[in-house]
Design a protein around this ligand. Structure first.
Ligand SMILES: *Cc1c(COP(=O)(O)O)cnc(C)c1O
Length: 469
């Protein structure tokens, strides 16, 4: 059986009662302690830690980590906007020069130029991106992302290096890269590689070595960024990366490089999961309990699922789940699958490990409708990545468990107006429906008389307006 983290049983019940479900909870203490661990990453000649904010782009989380001394890795122009808007009382968000853009899709030329003029750092992830930057800012310094030819993610969906990954400039295309840099008089002072999730120190050493081999061919490089991908254990039987262990051989490689090439390189890392993954959880509720007979399964249905946490459906990711009875009491245990609230058989919280096709029942406390369910390890790639508004379920609330021991709202729950706020109905759809032949109307109205069937076809806006709020 998995156990609670971050919250006690009483706190889970308090969240359920005070904020409703589903609600994300982030633990300030855990965020700050992970930030300290990342800042202690072994290094030879200086370290900058960037928070890969796509893991959890909530302004509250960005503020906590930036205040702890972390810079930002942004994966789109829109993320940069969000980081800059995570402001303190003086109206200061994350300073532009603490944000580096490493993106698959660049902002439009004029937006990109504007961001760079404000001080945002640019990491070119392809030859085309390098060309774009050179055209806009000839003669400047730039960082480049390379694919060093090695990946360490645990499957093809999380691997971000090697021949199957499209990220970064392939290490055999350095000549083209240098030609583009020369064409625009760019100085390549930063080198970046991010090869995916892993906890194995040998893989980190290998990655550092391959990246430094590239740095050896780029004489102006002063800073090497090894990306993120420090694996964290969410389940009791999974291991988390020991950063000291992963970092020591990396620091050794930098020292060796300095001896051989006379350059003392600054190190950057940019963790996402490591910082926020286990600092967040979802509190949801049991909405139904069903079974499929003696040969089948027992299912717990919850008021959450792929609308808040998509990782199990996408990668077969494992999240610890704990049933918390609505009032404290002793209960038996049994094996259950947990299903989300979407009409998708893939909306499951209990897939096989790394195999979303498989269903693996878990030993859980016997559930009753109305109990709370705690979904741990939900700080990273959940709130920011979920199937938002699928089934028109509103985006969930986010709260912070502060170091003062109190809960503070970070984002309220979306209300139904916000879901449809950007929709419009063209005039041609607002005109009265053209009457259909009588026979067809009867079929569509499930046998009701014309008058009743027509009642069902009121425009939705009128029905919403008539509903008591
Ligand atoms: C997503 C991402 C990260 C963070 O990855 P984690 O596995 O969450 O640590 C770091 N760098 C880049 C470029 C990324 O795209």
């Amino acid at each position: 059986m998995e156990r609670l983290s971050i919250l006690s049983e009483d706190q889970v019940r308090a969240v359920q009662r005070e904020f409703g479900t589903p609600t994300f909870v982030y633990d300030q203490k855990a965020l700050e302690s992970q930030a300290q661990k990342a800042l202690a990453f072994p290094n030879a000649y200086g370290l900058t830690v960037r928070y890969a904010m796509k893991a959890c782009p909530s302004a509250g989380v960005i503020r906590i980590l930036n205040r702890a001394g972390l810079h930002i890795d942004a994966s789109s122009g829109f993320e940069i906007e969000r980081a800059m808007r995570a402001m303190d009382l003086n109206g200061a968000g994350v300073p532009a020069d603490q944000i580096q853009l490493t993106a698959q899709q660049l902002p439009d030329d004029s937006d990109l130029a504007d961001l760079v003029r404000q001080g945002v750092l640019f990491n070119a992830c392809s030859l085309h991106q390098l060309e774009t930057y050179g055209r806009l800012f000839p003669g400047r310094e730039v960082s480049v992302r390379v694919n060093p030819g090695l990946g360490s993610g645990h499957n093809n969906r999380t691997n971000t290096g090697g021949t199957a990954a499209s990220f970064g400039i392939w290490h055999e295309h350095l000549d083209q890269m240098l030609a583009t840099a020369a064409k625009y008089n760019l100085q390549i002072t930063g080198l970046h590689s991010h090869i995916g999730s892993g906890s194995n120190p040998e893989v980190w050493q290998n990655c550092a070595r391959l990246t430094l081999d590239v740095a050896a061919k780029l004489p102006e490089v002063q800073c090497v960024n090894l990306g993120g991908g420090f694996k964290i254990g969410r389940m009791a039987d999974e291991v988390s990366t020991d950063l000291c262990e992963a970092g020591q051989p990396v620091a050794d490689e930098f020292i060796r490089f300095a001896r051989e090439h006379g350059r003392e390189l600054h190190l950057e890392i940019e963790p996402g999961s490591f910082l926020v993954g286990n600092a967040g959880a979802i509190v949801c509720s049991v909405i139904d309990v069903v079974d499929t007979g003696q040969e089948g399964y027992s299912f717990i249905k919850v008021d959450s699922g792929m609308t808040e946490v998509l990782r199990p459906s996408m990668y077969g990711a494992q999240h610890p789940t704990v049933v918390v009875p609505a009032t404290p009491e002793e209960r038996g245990q049994d094996e259950y699958l947990i299903a989300g609230h979407c009409c998708e058989s893939g909306d499951t919280l209990t897939p096989g490990s790394s195999d979303p096709e498989e269903l693996v029942p878990r030993l859980l406390t016997e559930p009753r409708i109305g109990d709370a369910v705690f979904i741990g390890g939900s700080g990273a790639y959940c709130a920011g990545m979920a199937a938002k508004n699928y089934h028109s379920f509103p985006e969930a609330r986010e709260v912070l468990l502060g170091t003062d021991g109190k809960f503070h709202e970070l984002r309220r729950r979306q209300d139904p107006d916000q879901i449809v706020a950007n929709e419009s109905l063209p005039a041609q759809l607002r005109v009265q429906r053209i009457a259909q032949p009588v026979a067809q109307q009867v079929v569509q109205g499930h046998g009701r008389k014309n008058g009743q069937a027509r009642h069902d076809h009121q425009p939705p806006s009128r029905r919403v307006a008539a509903r008591p709020s």
